[in-house]
Design a protein around this ligand. Structure first.
Ligand code: UFG
Length: 338
């Protein structure tokens, strides 16, 4: 069975391609390589022994999307990762984000809407909840006004899919709301490789430990949490990748209860920034150079998932601990820089 993975050479996409191949799916990747490298294809092949099909083009080119589906009319499902994801950049260049993240979604859905049966998984984010009123966060928590154009593209993306599913009964879709994906494949063949200075905590930590950055700045220790630093739900990327496979299987096996569903994908456990640093120090067996600085604008105090729905309905739960995830991130960083 052939599955299209857009953005399949990126961080979460590449891990999902591996898990799909492990389950016997044939994978075709579309990626424009704007934030990824074509050699990830070889790395995936090294892990699974199977080279995925690959087409390099930009999904904003509507005629190419159309042409792709004409040539691949046997695609049974689409997992759509391809998107821009830097919060700060989205504030500076909102139209780029609306075009990249939303026009591409529309073009894909236009193709799928004309099929007699279509299955679609969308990369959404816990960012849609903003600072939730109650923790852990369930899927019923209200969607709050987005903090950034990036966050807005996830909210609007979900609405576009929901509205399309309402009038297209043959289209079945699931939005997965990711918490904070971290870690790397146990083979250390694939992992997170941010371009330039990392914006996210874990790559900043590993790059500091390897000597690429001098010091980690911890953004604020005056939040109302146990140690004053922010709380997030850090999920191992392989666990997250597996959630996509079970979500796809749910659609393919017609186990979905409505043709548009939403699931949280997290571990269910929150960790403070200082707890992350402690865990990293333990796993890497070294002290991390960090200092406490002021808060970062736009950061929320705490977010972690209630995963009951995914546990019960997808039969999925995260397996890796924070220690495992950070250990794999460290192993990856060391391999990449060696
Ligand atoms: N942090 C630091 N120092 C850093 C980087 C991060 O202390 O150098 C802290 C942040 O303040 C936050 C925590 O580490 O408390 C996690 O920060 P990340 O940037 O790794 O992750 P965020 O939770 O801020 O961002 C995630 C996703 C985004 C998404 C955002 C919205 O990475 O894509 O959630 O909630 F938009």
């Amino acid at each position: 069975m052939k599955i299209l993975v857009t953005g399949g050479l990126g961080f979460i996409g590449s891990h999902t391609v591996v898990e799909l191949q492990n389950k016997g799916y044939e994978v075709v990747i579309i990626d424009n390589c704007s934030n990824s490298s074509a050699d990830v294809l070889d790395r995936i092949t090294k892990i699974t022994g199977i080279k995925p099909l690959f087409e390099q083009f930009d999904l904003r080119e509507k005629n190419k999307v159309q042409d792709f589906f004409n040539r691949h009319n046997d695609v049974s499902g689409v997992i759509h990762f391809a998107a821009s994801k830097a919060v700060g950049e989205s504030v500076e260049n909102p139209l780029l984000y609306y075009e990249n993240n939303l026009s591409t979604l529309v073009y894909l859905l236009q193709q799928l809407s004309s099929k007699s049966s279509a299955h679609f998984i969308f990369s959404s984010s816990c960012t849609v909840y903003g600072q939730a009123d109650e923790l852990p966060i369930t899927e019923n928590a209200p969607v709050k006004a987005a903090e950034s154009p990036y966050g807005n593209t996830k909210q609007i993306g979900e609405e576009i899919i929901r509205d399309t599913c309402k009038v297209t009964s043959d289209l079945n879709a699931i939005s997965l709301r990711y918490f904070n994906p971290i870690g790397a494949h146990p083979s250390s063949e694939i992992g997170e490789l941010p371009i330039g200075v990392p914006q996210n905590l874990i790559p900043y930590i590993t790059q500091t430990a390897i000597g690429l950055r001098e010091q980690l700045s911890v953004f604020g220790d005056d939040y109302p949490t146990s140690d004053g630093t922010c709380i997030r739900d850090y999920i191992h990327v392989v666990d997250l990748a597996k959630a996509h496979v079970v979500a796809l299987q749910r659609l393919l096996e017609h186990k979905n209860v409505s043709n548009y569903e939403v699931f949280n994908v997290g571990t269910g456990t929150g960790s403070t920034v200082l707890e992350v640093i402690q865990s990293f120090e333990k796993m890497s067996n070294q002290k991390l150079n960090y200092k406490i600085v002021g808060r970062r604008e736009g950061d929320i105090t705490a977010a972690y998932a209630d995963t009951t729905k995914a546990n019960n309905e997808l039969g999925w739960q995260a397996k890796s601990s924070l220690d495992d995830s950070l250990g794999s991130a460290w192993k990856w960083e060391q391999k990449v820089r060696s």
